[in-house]
Ligand binder design. Structure first.
Ligand SMILES: [Zn+2]
Length: 249
C-alpha cells in the first residue's frame, strides 16, 4: 500500500520534472506562469495535467488545438514513479528513501536535459552537491572524510579527463561526478563512474557499429553517469559485499 503512495508521489514529482526539463535550459521560472500548450498557448487545466492519465485520455493531443503532446511527458512521469516505487521497496520508510528520491529526481531531469540540449545545468548539480552533503551529514550514512573524498574523486576524474583530452568531456559532467560523490560517498561514487563509462562505451560502440554515429560525434555522457548513479545507489553496496565475500576477506 505504502509503495503505491511512493509511486504516486513519483508520478506527481515526474510531472514537475517535466516543467524543470522544459524551462531550466531556457532560464525560465519553474513556478510561474502555469504550464501552457506550446501549440496554441492555452493554459493547461488541472484535469488535463494528471500524470499519465491525462496523456492517455487526451490521446497525446492538446484539448484545444490538437497539437501533439510529446511522449517525453508520460515517459518521465512513469520513470520517476517506477524509480520511487523501487526506492521505497529497497529502503522502506527511512531517511535513505528521502535521500534516494532526491538523487533519483535530479538524475531523471539531468538525463533528459542532457539528451535534448547537451548540457547539464549547474542549477541542478551545484545545489545537488550541497543536498548530498546535507543529506549524508543528517543521516550519517556516509562520514565526512568519505564524503570529501567522494566529491574530490567524482569531480577530479573528469577534471583530469577534460585537461588531458582538451575538452572531450564538459564541465557539466565534472559537476555531476562531484554530485554523485556527495550523495554516494567515494566507493559508490566510483562504482557509478565505472558503470557510466562501461555503459557509455558500449552504447557508443553499438551506435558506431550501426553507422548511426561517427567517431567524432559527441554523445552526451550525463545519461550514462545518471544510470551509473542509480545502479550504485540500488545495487552498489550489494556488489561490494559480494566481491569482498568472494575474496574471503
Ligand atoms: Zn494547444
Amino acid at each position: 500500500m505504502t509503495s503505491a503512495i511512493a509511486v504516486a508521489f513519483g508520478l506527481v514529482l515526474g510531472s514537475f520534472l517535466n516543467v524543470v526539463i522544459a524551462r531550466l535550459p531556457e532560464h525560465r521560472s519553474l513556478w510561474a506562469p502555469r504550464s501552457a500548450c506550446p501549440g496554441c498557448g492555452a493554459p493547461i487545466a488541472w484535469y488535463d495535467n494528471i500524470p499519465l492519465v491525462s496523456f492517455a485520455l487526451l490521446r497525446a493531443r492538446c484539448r484545444r488545438c490538437a497539437a501533439r503532446i510529446s511522449w517525453q511527458y508520460p515517459f518521465v512521469e512513469a520513470t520517476t514513479g517506477a524509480l520511487f516505487g523501487y526506492a521505497w521497496w529497497t529502503f522502506g520508510p527511512t531517511p535513505e528513501f528521502v535521500v534516494a528520491a532526491a538523487l533519483l529526481a535530479a538524475l531523471v531531469a539531468i538525463t533528459v536535459i542532457d539528451l535534448r540540449h547537451q548540457i547539464i545545468p549547474d542549477a541542478i548539480t551545484l545545489p545537488g552537491i550541497l543536498a548530498g552533503v546535507t543529506a549524508n551529514v543528517a543521516t550519517r550514512h556516509v562520514g565526512w572524510a568519505d564524503l570529501a573524498l567522494g566529491i574530490a574523486l567524482g569531480g577530479g576524474v573528469f577534471f583530469v579527463v577534460i585537461v588531458a583530452s582538451g575538452g572531450g568531456m564538459g564541465a557539466g559532467d565534472m559537476k555531476l561526478g562531484a554530485m554523485l560523490g556527495a550523495f554516494l560517498g567515494w566507493k559508490m561514487g566510483l562504482i557509478a563512474l565505472l558503470v557510466g563509462v562501461v555503459a557509455g562505451g558500449l552504447c557508443a560502440g553499438v551506435l558506431m557499429a550501426l553507422g548511426l554515429r561517427g567517431r567524432k560525434d559527441a554523445i552526451p555522457f550525463g545519461p550514462f553517469l545518471a544510470l551509473g548513479g542509480a545502479a550504485a545507489l540500488f545495487w552498489g553496496e550489494g556488489v561490494v559485499q559480494w566481491y569482498v565475500a568472494g575474496l574471503g576477506m
